[in-house]
Design a binder for this molecule. Structure first.
Ligand SMILES: Nc1ncnc2c1ncn2[C@@H]1O[C@H](COP(=O)(O)OP(=O)(O)O)[C@@H](O)[C@H]1O
Ligand SMILES: Cc1ncc(COP(=O)(O)OP(=O)(O)O)c(N)n1
Length: 272
């Protein structure tokens, strides 16, 4: 059986809502075989992050080597990378394997405020990883950090996308989850045109792991050979459904639902 394969290079979320766990569940739900390279272990639940334990550079390198030399992924994504040294290792390995369909989710801070990327590593991310990105998916605060100006309206969102594109990313998706208003609108810039992906903003606190899930869905679709516009469109539908059908797990910000998207879609319960 010819199955699409994807790799996630990210941190572990013991609570199962974000990180590697969200990525692998999303790959599976979208019929893609998932592989992983762990960068850090977090002790985490719906209430926040209780501990962060980065892995050694050698451990990260060897995992990527093991996957890369045996199971060629059609696409890959990065999530929590934590430090400059891990970023440099990951970017070296991506170049060594000449992987092109790279989705960079520039994870910086978890919902409760814990740092998942050291502040001094942002420069390294811009220099070493953004130029390799086929697609980058910052949320609004991450985009502001990368471009160095605040984004409070559509025009600034477009300027930020153009600025990140100039840093070398081939496609820039600036997510609108942290905005306000009735719609959650994401912008895709491909160097020529702006495309907008809009869905109703759902009033809920259960949005833990939305960014990981969304970038994993884009990666899964790219791994199947889908064009970027279709990949983002499917990811938007997937995340909307996952937020709508959240499972009410935990006492804090509960995770989205990576389960049974296909089933609900087949039963036409998905309207978006
Ligand atoms: N309350 C919400 N209702 C609908 N869509 C949302 C909501 N919150 C986030 N999203 C969507 O989830 C995806 C991830 O965005 P975001 O939450 O901004 O990422 P992150 O988890 O990195 O902060 C985007 O498509 C965004 O528009
Ligand atoms: C291990 C790990 N990786 C990434 C995140 C951030 O996930 P995200 O999808 O941005 O969701 P929130 O943290 O905003 O809920 C994480 N928390 N843990």
């Amino acid at each position: 059986m010819d199955v699409a394969k994807a790799l996630t290079i990210a941190g572990s979320d013991s609570g199962g809502g974000a990180g590697i766990q969200a990525d692998l569940k999303t790959f599976q739900e979208l019929d893609v075989f998932g592989t992983s390279a762990l960068t850090a272990v977090t002790a985490q639940n719906t209430l926040g992050v209780q501990g962060v334990y980065p892995l050694s550079v050698d451990a990260v390198k060897e995992q990527i080597q093991s996957v890369g030399t045996d199971i060629a992924p059609g696409a890959l994504k990065t999530g929590m990378l934590f430090s400059s040294e891990i970023i440099r290792t990951v970017s070296d390995m991506i170049q060594e394997f000449q992987w092109e369909k790279l989705v960079v989710d520039p994870v910086m801070i978890a919902k409760g405020g814990s740092a998942l990327l050291q502040k001094e590593a942002i420069k390294c991310l811009k220099k070493n990883l953004i130029p390799l990105a086929y697609c980058i998916t910052p949320n609004l605060p991450e985009a502001e950090e990368i471009v160095g100006f605040s984004i409070t309206n559509r025009e600034q969102q477009e300027l930020a996308a153009q600025s990140i594109y100039k840093m070398g990313a081939k496609h820039v998706v600036i997510k609108g989850g942290h905005g306000d208003g009735e719609q959650a609108t994401d912008l895709l810039y491909d160097g020529e045109d702006f495309h907008f992906f809009t869905a109703s903003r759902i009033q809920t606190k259960h949005t833990h792991g939305t960014g990981c899930t969304y970038s994993a869905a884009i990666t899964a679709e790219l791994a199947k050979g889908r064009p970027i516009y279709d990949a983002v469109s499917t990811a938007k539908s997937f995340i909307q459904d996952a937020i709508e059908n959240q499972l009410g797990i935990g006492a804090g910000h509960g995770p989205t639902n990576h389960w049974a998207y296909q089933k609900r879609k087949a039963n036409q319960q998905i309207s978006f």
